[in-house]
Design a binder for this molecule. Structure first.
Ligand SMILES: [Fe+2]
Ligand SMILES: [Fe+2]
Length: 262
């Protein structure tokens, strides 16, 4: 399904199942000043110890909780992997925790601190770090730091059981339409979308040392994932194609150029 409409506010999209046991709970935010819209994804990793990954926008709480309940009885959730404490990832955390009494929140140290400083009860929060291994019974997740991000606590992971990589805000793109896979996006539109989003979300990427960027991207390539899940990109199958695009865009050396459109 390709949706090219441009409503005024965020809206929910149909859930996708790119692999058995993995659901993509989708929404989209129109960004007309930037020429498109931004996907916003949360994920359910089902299995012996089910996990929700991020919690979506508070503005779409009803839709998000309905999409979650359609995938899994929230009482079965054992973990909520919170990639970072931005509003588009943490929006329904409190609501989900009420529905999921057995679930613990996993997040980085600064994420823990941000939750605490905003008055969120942190008794169910467990701090994790890059290099940690999370045993979910039938999945073992390797926690990692994505190559670029917008909050320093940001953590993603690699799930060896499904060959899936979660890159959080990296590889996000402002797109003319939210497709079912990244591979369905027109080449030029994806380049423009990646560049627009990275200028907005991680402006330091343009000045990042080339060798450091190449090294962090090579580490992702070495994992050879068959599925790449990002918060702000449709599910992708080819991590090397995304890496090639980022390296090509980085080589252009474009400085961040966004201005308030008003
Ligand atoms: Fe973010
Ligand atoms: Fe985000």
């Amino acid at each position: 399904m390709t949706d090219t409409t441009q409503p005024a506010g965020p809206r929910a999209l149909a859930t996708l199942h790119p692999r058995d046991g993995i659901a993509v709970l989708r929404s989209a935010m129109p960004l007309p000043d930037l020429g498109g819209q931004l996907a916003n994804n949360a994920f359910v990793f089902d299995g012996r110890e089910p996990m929700l990954v991020d919690t979506g926008f508070a503005l779409l709480s009803e839709d998000m909780l309905a999409a979650l309940a359609a995938e899994i009885d929230p009482r079965r959730l054992r973990r909520i992997f919170l990639s970072h404490a931005d509003a588009d990832h943490v929006g329904n955390l409190a609501a989900v925790l009420e529905l999921a009494p057995e679930a613990r929140v996993l997040t980085g140290f600064l994420g823990y601190a941000k939750l605490m400083l905003t008055g969120f009860p942190v008794d169910r929060v467990q701090v994790i770090a890059p290099g940690d291994t999370l045993d979910l019974g039938d999945r073992r997740l390797s926690v990692l730091r994505p190559p670029y991000y917008d909050a320093p606590e940001t953590l993603g992971f690699h799930d060896a059981a499904s060959d899936t990589l979660f890159v959080v805000d990296a590889f996000g793109a402002v797109l003319p339409a939210i497709t079912r896979t990244a591979e369905q996006i027109d080449d030029d539109a994806l380049d423009r979308g990646l560049e627009t989003w990275s200028q907005l979300d991680a402006p330091w990427l343009a000045s990042l040392d080339r060798a450091a960027l190449e090294a962090s991207l090579a580490a992702l390539s070495a994992l050879a994932p068959r599925l790449v899940l990002g918060a702000h990109l449709p599910p992708a199958l080819d991590v090397d194609a995304l890496i090639e695009r980022i390296l090509r865009l980085h080589a252009r050396g474009r400085a961040p150029a966004l201005r308030n459109a008003a």
